[in-house]
Design a protein around this ligand. Sequence first.
Ligand SMILES: Cc1ncc(COP(=O)(O)O)c(C=O)c1O
Length: 479
Amino acid sequence: MSDEKSFHMTPEQFRQYGRAVVDWIADYYGKIESLPVLSRVKPGEIRAMLPAEPPARGETFEHIMKDMEKLILPGVTHWQSPNFFAFFPCNASAPSILGELFSAGLGVQGMLWTTSPACTELETLVLDWLADMLGLPDRFKSGSKGGGVIQDTASGASLCALIAARELASGGRSNEEGCDGRLVAYASKEAHSSIEKAVKIAGLGRDNLRLIDVDERLALRPEALKVQIVRDRAAGLIPCFVCATVGTTSSNAIDPLPEIGRICRQENLWLHVDAAMSGTAAICPEYRHIHEGMEHADSYCFNPHKWMFTNFDCDCFYVSDRAALIQSLSILPEYLRNKATESGAVIDYRDWHIPLGRRFRSLKLWFVIRHYGVEGLRYHIKRHVELAQEFAGWVEQSEEFELAVPPPLNLVCFRHVAGDSFNERLLERLNQSGKLYLTHTLLKGAYTLRFCVGQTHTDERHVREAWKQIQSVAAEIER
Ligand SMILES: Cc1ncc(COP(=O)(O)O)c(C=O)c1O
C-alpha cells in the first residue's frame, strides 16, 4: 500500500460493505410484503429531505446506508413486491442481481469485440440459447445471416428495426440525405407508444405512421393493413415497415403474425415483432403458438427485464439479416479501428444499436438461465399464467365484475359493472391501501382495470388476497 493520499474505499472496506449491501437487499426482500406497494410520498417530498448541496467531504458508508433506509426507501414503489400487479412486470431474481454485480465489478465496456471478447461472445451464445428456448427460426441465430443483441429496451430495439427498414427501403439514401416524407410505417391502434416515438426519432414523421384498426380481440386486422398499404402506394408513398405486437400493453392482444407476415412478404415490407413482455411465454411449449408466423419476421424483440426474472435493463433484439442492421448504423472512426474488426472474424456489437458503449449485460441473463434452467423458467412462467387464468375465472363467476376481453396469458383486463367512475374510484382506493398495485387502461372506450401476474415471487396466496381486497373495497364504495 503506498503512502499516497487516497479517498478510495479499501478492498477490506469493500468486502465489509459489500456484504452489508447484500444483507440489506436480502432483508429488503424479506420484509417487502409489509411495505406499501405504491410509494406514498408526495411530489418533491424525497428531494426536500435530501441536502441541496453535495457533501464537501466524504461521508461514512454506514451513514449512506442509513439514508437508503430513511430517505430513499419511502420513495420507492416496490416493483419486486409479490403484490405488484400493475403495468407489465419488471421482475428480478437473486441470480440476476448477482450477475449484475459481477458486471459492475468487472466494469467492462464491450463496444468492440476487442474491448472484452467475453462480453461479446457470451452475449452471442446466450442470445442463440434464447432463440432456441423461444422457438425462434434459425435465421435469427448467429450461425446464419442473422443474430441477436442485447439492447437497453424494446423502445430502442424497435427504433433500430425501423432504421434498418428505412435504409433498405430508401436504398441507403435516408442516412445520406434525410427522409423525403414518403416512407410509411404501420402498426395497430393498440401498438405500444414506443413505435410512435421511433417513427418520430427515425424521421419518418408521425403523419406517416398508420395505426391500423383492430378486431374484437383488439388484434390488428390484416385486411385493413392490406387496404392501407395499397392506398398509400397509390398515393405515391413508400410503405417500408410493419410492427406486429405479440401481447399488446393494454390488453395482451396477439396480432396474427401468419397473415401479417404474408402481406409483408407480398409487399416486400420489413416485419418487426414486438413481444416485449409476452415473448417470454414462448419458453413454455404450451404457449409457443404465440410465435406462429415468426418465419416471416425480419426482426423481433422481447424483454427478459419484464417477465424473465432478469433485472432492468435487458431487451433481446434479433434480426434475420444482420448486414441490413449493421449497414444502417455503422460508422468507423479511426480511433475505433483495430485488427480484430478488420479481420472480419468478430462481432462488434457497437454497430447493432444506438449507443456506442455497452455493459456486460449478458452475465445476468447467463446467470438466470443457468440457475433456473429451462425447466425452472417454464415452471414459474406457466405458474404465472395459471394464476392469472384462475383470477380471470373468479372475475367471470362474479356478478359484480366482468372480463373486458378473454385473457390470452398473464394479463387480466376486467372491470366492475358499475361503470367508469366507479372503477376509477376503486382503483384509487386499492392503490392507496398499499396492499397491492394495479393500473388501468381504456378498452373499447371503457375504463378497465389491468391485473398482470408476473412478479417473481407472486404466488397463489397473493392473487387470492388481491381478489378478496378488490371485492371488499368495491363493496365499500358508493355507486
Ligand atoms: C408491447 C410493448 N412494447 C414496448 C414496450 C416498451 O418497453 P421498454 O420499456 O423496454 O422500451 C412495452 C412496455 O411495457 C410494451 O408493453
